[in-house]
Design a protein around this ligand. Sequence first.
Ligand code: IMP
Ligand code: MG
Length: 176
Amino acid sequence: MKEMITERIREDEILKRIRELAEEINRDYEGMKLHLACVLKGGVYFACELSKHLTVPVTIDFMSLSSYGDGMTSQGVITLNQDLTQNIAGKHVLLVEDIIDSGRTLFYVENMLKKREPASLEVCALLDKKCKREADVSIKYVGFEIEDYFAVGFGLDYAQKYRNLTYIGELQFKED
Ligand code: IMP
Ligand code: MG
């Protein structure tokens, strides 16, 4: 089977939308310090680009979770591979994710982080596959709502590949 990628969201559209999200966040967090909690590895490209346009004081930390194996379907079990390195108690935390699909990963991580008593906890995701939602989660900042296709690029992978694409593409499999 051959892997085929069709461009769905252009790089300039992504960069423009990220600047808009940053402006919204700058307004919402005016006078506050913001702590970005980025979910590895997919959220990294988005978090870095977003942070460049934030004018409020920003700190950033990373955590790693897995819900998908090397395939395209969720394993249903979420594992915390690597926790944040800093305490979030009393901080305004913005969780940065690449994509929210079923919402199970977000549900798990939100519950875990809430117990640490941050001053506030909101979510920012580059992509939202709303049509696939199973868990009850709310996402304050969404880059793009997408239909049910397998997205790669701008941090999103298939079997660890394609994260470095500058655009968001749809991955499909074709007979050789
Ligand atoms: P959820 O728990 O079903 O919301 O899955 C969230 C995680 O699954 C994301 O953080 C991604 O790592 C991965 N994922 C879900 N949909 C896609 C996709 O279309 N492309 C790449 N990764 C995806
Ligand atoms: Mg992810």
